[in-house]
Write a protein that binds this ligand. Structure first.
Ligand code: SAJ
Length: 419
C-alpha cells in the first residue's frame, strides 16, 4: 500500500517515518516549503530523541519523500491526516486546518482509499468529515471509501518508543474501516490495538487528557489549601498516595502544552449540557501562574522591595521539564502576568532560543528568581554561589525543583505553606 501523510508536525513526521521504516512508500504532504526542504535533506524541524537518525534512514532508503505539491499525493491507498486542531480566542475549536486537509484528500483519493484522522477532534467529527468527503466526491462512506479516527497518544520526548509500545484505539465509521486500519498499524505497533466506533475513539482520546487535567486541578486546589493550613502539600500528597487507591497528581505553576489545555474544551464543545467540573478544572489550572505571582509579591513585601523596583529572573520557559516546547506555557503566562508590574523580567531557558545566554547573566543583579519549568539541570543548581550574583535573594519555586530552601534566601513555592 502507498501512504500519504498530511501535515508533517510533531505527530505527522514521526508517523511518516515509522511507516516508511516499516517498508511502506510514504509521501509526506506539508504546506510549509522550508519544512519540506529540510525533511528531504534528512533534517527534522522538531526536537525529539532519535528523530534525526530515523528520518535519515527513511529518506536514504527512498521510502519517504516530502512535498508541497498536491499532485504528488494523488491516488494513494491510505491518507493519514495529522494536522493541528487548535482553539480560537473564544475557546471553541478551530477545525479549518482539518477541513482543508480533508478537502485536499478528497481531491486526491481514489475509490477504495482509507482515510485516517490522527488529529485530536471533538466528538462526532469523523462522521462529519466522512459526509464532507461524500459531498465533495460523491463516494459513499463505508462502501466506496473507508474512514478511521486513530488518535495519537504519544508523549513528546518519548514519541518513538510510545508509537511502538502504547496501545492504540482505532475508531471506524464502519467495522471494516477499523479492520483495514488495524492491518496497517500492526506494521509497527507492538502494543494492543482496540477497534471501536469513531465517536468512541474521539471521546476516549479527550477523556484521557481531561482526566489528567482535572486531576492536576485537584492537586492544585490542594496546594492552595496547604498555604492556608501552613503545611507542605508534597509531604501530604506523598502520605495520601501511600493509600492503595489514591494517586494524586503533581501541583505546580500550571498546565501547558498543545494538548491538556485544549482537549477538555474539545470534549464538551459539541455537547448540549455539561456539569461544569471540566471547565472549572481548566480555570483552576489557568489561574496557577497568578498564585505564583502572589507568592512572588508576598516575598518582595517581606524584603520591603516594591514590585516596580524588582528585577525578576524566570528560569524555564518551556511548558514542561527537558522540553523546548513553549506552546501554552504557564511560564509565559506568568511572565505576562508580572511584566507590567515589575522593573524588569529576564528569562533563561537552556532549551529555548531567544532567552538569556547564561544563567549567571540572567541572575546578576536580580532581586528574585522564579523557577517556572522543572528542567533536570535546575535541580542541581548551587544556590549559595548563584545567590552571590543577586542584589536581593528571593527564590520562588513553581515546580518543586528546590527540595530544601537554600540558606540566606526568602523562599516560597507552590504548595509550600510551611514557609
Ligand atoms: N503537569 C502538572 N502536574 C502533573 C502532570 C503534568 O502540572 O502531575 C503539567 C506539565 O508540567 C505540563 C502539562 O501538565 O505543563 C502537560 O504535561 P503532560 O506531561 O501531562 O502531558 P503532555 O501534554 O506532554 O502529553 C499529554 C499526554 N497525555 C496523558 O498523559 C494523558 C500524552 O500521552 C498525549 O499523547 C498528549 O498529551 C497528546 O498529544 O494529547
Amino acid at each position: 500500500a502507498e501512504i500519504a501523510v498530511i501535515g508533517l508536525g510533531y505527530i505527522g513526521l514521526p508517523t511518516a517515518i515509522m511507516f516508511a521504516n516499516a517498508g511502506f512508500k510514504v509521501t509526506g504532504y506539508e504546506i510549509r516549503k522550508d519544512v519540506v526542504e529540510r525533511i528531504n535533506s534528512g533534517k527534522a524541524h522538531i526536537v525529539e530523541p532519535d528523530i534525526d537518525d530515523l528520518l535519515r534512514k527513511a529518506i536514504e532508503s527512498g521510502k519517504l519523500r516530502a512535498t508541497s505539491n498536491p499532485a504528488d499525493i494523488r491516488g494513494k491507498d491510505v491518507y493519514i491526516i495529522c494536522v493541528q486542531t487548535p482553539l480560537r480566542e473564544d475557546r471553541t475549536p478551530n477545525l479549518t486546518y482539518l477541513e482543508s486537509a480533508v478537502e485536499t484528500v478528497a481531491k486526491a483519493m481514489k475509490p477504495g482509499s482509507l482515510i485516517v484522522i490522527e488529529s485530536t477532534i471533538p466528538p462526532l467529527t469523523t462522521v462529519r468529515m466522512a459526509e464532507l468527503v461524500e459531498e465533495l466526491t460523491g463516494l459513499k462512506p463505508g462502501r466506496d471509501f473507508y474512514m478511521v479516527h486513530a488518535p495519537e497518544r504519544v508523549m513528546p520526548g518519548r514519541i518513538f518508543r510510545e508509537l511502538v509500545y502504547n496501545s492504540r484505539i482505532l475508531g471506524g465509521i464502519t467495522s471494516e474501516s477499523a479492520e483495514l486500519a488495524e492491518r496497517l498499524y500492526r506494521s509497527f505497533v507492538k502494543g494492543q490495538i482496540f477497534r471501536t466506533k469513531s465517536t468512541v475513539s474521539e471521546v476516549v482520546k479527550l477523556m484521557e487528557n481531561t482526566f489528567r487535567d482535572v486531576n492536576i486541578a485537584l492537586a492544585n486546589e490542594f496546594a492552595y489549601l496547604a498555604h492556608q493550613y501552613g503545611i507542605n502539600v508534597f509531604e501530604a500528597i506523598e502520605l495520601a498516595n501511600s493509600h492503595p487507591r489514591v494517586k494524586i497528581h503533581v501541583p505546580g505553576i500550571g498546565v501547558g502544552g498543545h494538548c491538556l489545555p485544549k482537549d477538555p474544551h474539545l470534549l464538551v464543545w459539541p455537547a448540549k449540557d455539561d456539569f461544569g467540573l471540566i471547565r472549572l478544572a481548566r480555570e483552576i489550572n489557568d489561574g496557577m501562574p497568578l498564585l505564583v505571582k502572589d507568592l512572588l509579591f508576598e516575598a518582595l513585601r517581606t524584603i520591603n522591595l516594591p514590585p516596580e523596583k524588582a528585577v525578576v529572573a524566570v528560569l524555564g520557559l518551556a511548558y514542561k521539564g527537558d522540553s523546548d516546547d513553549t506552546r501554552n506555557s504557564p511560564a509565559s503566562a506568568f511572565v505576562e502576568a508580572i511584566v507590567d508590574d515589575v522593573a524588569e523580567v529576564r528569562t533563561y531557558d537552556p532549551f529555548v532560543e531567544g532567552t538569556h545566554g547564561s544563567l549567571e547573566e540572567a541572575l546578576r543583579g536580580a532581586d528574585a528568581v522564579v523557577i517556572a519549568t522543572d528542567h533536570t539541570v535546575f535541580r542541581s543548581l548551587d544556590w549559595e554561589t548563584l545567590g552571590k550574583l543577586m542584589r536581593n535573594r528571593v527564590l520562588i519555586d513553581g515546580r518543586r525543583v528546590v527540595e530544601v530552601p537554600p540558606e540566606g534566601f526568602v523562599f516560597k513555592g507552590v504548595g509550600r505553606g510551611e514557609y
